[in-house]
Design a binder for this molecule. Structure first.
Ligand SMILES: *Cc1c(COP(=O)(O)O)cnc(C)c1O
Length: 403
């Protein structure tokens, strides 16, 4: 049975902690991690949780306790990971577009690093030569992912060093005798086709002979999870089988560690975002349901046109009707247009599902509204893991110069 929190549990949490509220169900993260571990049990695989999806320190600590490593997209994420108890060798910093000073800082922290530009590779070689192992983030020129905004491996993407610049990479590596131990690709998010990874593996396999000191090949993240009711999850067992076949049949790849960086796969479905209905508004076009939140708290629908399942947990037996669920931000702020919900009344609690990944993490104080609280449900008990913003938080960095 898949781990899930019930409407009754969510209602109780809304009452205890107030809304809007993010809730993360620890056992669901564990279930997802176990799926990965099982699917790849035949291969030499290490999972680095892509923590930009959700960096709450209690979540990081929990994921560490499951046995995962962690992948970071900024130096502060790397520091948060160390703060959460990961060892430097368990932390991977996959950089993009950053200044060399951050790479120097990452070296001081002793974490693994993937470099994503020739410019930084050159600087790295000059400073560290063969003294610090490093990976290269490549752009495989593969189109993959749910939509263009979340595709990162195609031939117009800013991410990684394009594989067609291999000559320049090799020239730089040789000039400074850089210790290249990892080759990395990450082609996008919401990938449901295992063959996308196989294609990436083929691109990487062609490169392996050029790097004699490789220890790992990093295939990134992007495993699709279901958002809609009949959505498919990536067939992780099939992927595990295909990856094993590919690596086993390649004499030089056989001894390499395989790295993955799952973000959404681990934390999307563990998350619930609970809101409360402020206002109902009948119009000729639609019936608006305005909740006490907006894209300041959950930006994915407005930013990516992404779909989040919504349920009225206060009236599960109510008649199904069509509504448009909107936020309270002074911008067009639509969570869902023309969506069937059980009859909605002012004061009802609406839950957004799949809110664990890129939910709280992308929230802001736009409209001078406060960021929500976060709660972790673990062993059937709720734990507040971030208190709600308060008035002082809005003012704390402001410097008042006009009297
Ligand atoms: C965002 C990101 C991931 C995780 O992507 P998901 O779709 O959340 O699995 C993995 N690796 C890198 C380098 C990323 O930037």
């Amino acid at each position: 049975m898949s781990q899930q929190l019930s409407p009754e549990q969510l209602t109780a949490l809304a009452k205890e902690f107030g809304t809007p509220l993010y809730v993360y169900h620890a056992e669901k993260i564990k279930e997802q991690y176990a799926k990965l571990a099982k699917a790849f049990s035949g291969s030499n695989v290490v999972f680095f949780y892509a923590c930009k999806a959700l960096t709450n320190v209690s979540v990081l600590k929990y994921i560490r306790s499951l046995g995962a490593n962690v992948d970071c997209s900024s130096i502060n994420e790397a520091k948060l990971a160390l703060h959460a108890g990961f060892l430097p060798q368990q932390v991977l910093y996959t950089s993009n577009g950053i200044g060399f000073d951050e790479i120097e800082e990452a070296v001081k922290l002793g974490v693994n690093i993937n470099i994503d530009s020739l410019s930084n590779l050159e600087k790295f070689g000059k400073k560290y030569g063969h003294n610090y192992p490093v990976g290269i983030r490549l752009r495989p020129n593969i189109m993959a992912g749910g939509n263009l905004k979340i595709s990162t491996g195609h031939d117009k993407s800013k991410f990684g060093i394009p594989v067609d610049q291999l000559d320049k990479i090799i020239e730089t590596v040789n000039r400074y005798s850089i210790l290249i131990t990892d080759l990395h690709i990450h082609t996008g998010s919401d990938i449901k086709d295992a063959d996308v990874f196989v294609k990436g593996i083929e691109v990487l396999f062609d490169l392996i002979p050029h790097f004699k000191e490789l220890r790992s090949v990093d295939l990134g993240g992007g495993f699709k999870v279901p958002y809609k009711k009949d959505d498919e999850e990536i067939d992780i067992d099939l992927l595990g089988k295909k990856v094993k076949e590919a690596f086993d049949s390649h004499p030089q790849a056989r001894n390499l560690q395989i790295w993955f960086e799952p973000g959404k796969f681990l934390v999307s479905e563990c998350g619930y975002f609970i809101t409360q209905v402020n206002v109902m508004k009948e119009t000729s076009a639609t019936t608006f349901v305005s909740v006490n939140s907006g894209f300041n708290h959950l930006i994915r629908p407005m930013f990516y046109d992404s779909y989040h399942r919504i349920e009225n947990i206060s009236n599960p037996q109510g008649e199904s009707k069509r509504y448009s669920v909107v936020g309270n931000i002074c911008e067009t702020d639509t969570f869902a247009w023309d969506r069937k919900l059980h009859e909605v009344r002012e004061g009802d609690h609406l839950v957004f599902y799949n809110a664990g990944a890129y939910g709280f993490e992308m929230s802001s104080n736009f409209n001078s509204r406060l960021k929500p609280a976060e709660v972790m449900m673990k062993d059937g008990k709720p734990h507040l893991i971030r208190r709600r913003d308060n008035w002082d938080d809005l003012l704390k960095n402001q410097v008042e110069v006009i009297s």
